[in-house]
Design a protein around this ligand. Sequence first.
Ligand SMILES: Nc1ncnc2c1ncn2[C@@H]1O[C@H](COP(=O)(O)OP(=O)(O)OP(=O)(O)O)[C@@H](O)[C@H]1O
Ligand SMILES: [Mg+2]
Length: 233
Amino acid sequence: MSLAVSGLVAGYGATTVLRGVDLVVPAGHVVALLGPNGSGKTTLLRACSGLLQPSAGTVTVDGADRTGLAPHDLVTAGVCHVPEGRAVFPGMTVAENLRLLAPPGVPDHVERAADAFPVLGRKLDQVAGTLSGGEQQMLALSRAFLQAPRYILLDEVSMGLAPRVVEEIFAALRRLAERGSALLLVEQFVHLALALADLVYVMDRGRIAFQGEPVELDASALAAAYLAAGTRA
Ligand SMILES: Nc1ncnc2c1ncn2[C@@H]1O[C@H](COP(=O)(O)OP(=O)(O)OP(=O)(O)O)[C@@H](O)[C@H]1O
Ligand SMILES: [Mg+2]
């Protein structure tokens, strides 16, 4: 059982970004996806969740070919994408956001979200755009707690948050993993991501440059991957 992409090619208009990506997220495992800015991490997550149609290759979920499905069909197939940025409806209240995030048939969505993030339970009537950055990210993350998906794609969910809030977000990620969801984790806090991860992939210019266990990824190899990108710019 896994979320797997094979030979994936995708991009924007005439620009090819992913140039034949093979990656496997085994069920119940945490996979860190690292790589320099612009290497294609966000593009890969978008292709996995149906937000971007690949021009070649396949996306397979638990053995079934799901290539080219629309985002809501991939949600049904068990894939939840927490996109980059604060993915909330800023003009709606916390309660209204939760109602929109909850899949049909989850009547206790408010309780589940408040259980995951007690602060949300205390601010149900607050307009989401007035929450702190960390609270907004918790609200965005609560979709993963409501959907209980088999695979969760997380794009820089700790971006721009204070260290204490980053710790809280990572504690939530650990709880999601403990509940049995597999995580594909794109993170700028590389050491936190590697501490949680069973496997790590490094992307470079739309290709996988390294795959292995975190212990196999030594610090100098990682630094080299990032520095190489910096000097190319
Ligand atoms: N909507 C778009 N239209 C055109 N090009 C895009 C679009 N989104 C991304 N790109 C380009 O695709 C390439 C890969 O971008 P992507 O966002 O996947 O990188 P990333 O690895 O997530 O980078 P970062 O670490 O900065 O988030 C970049 O060259 C970027 O400029
Ligand atoms: Mg990105």
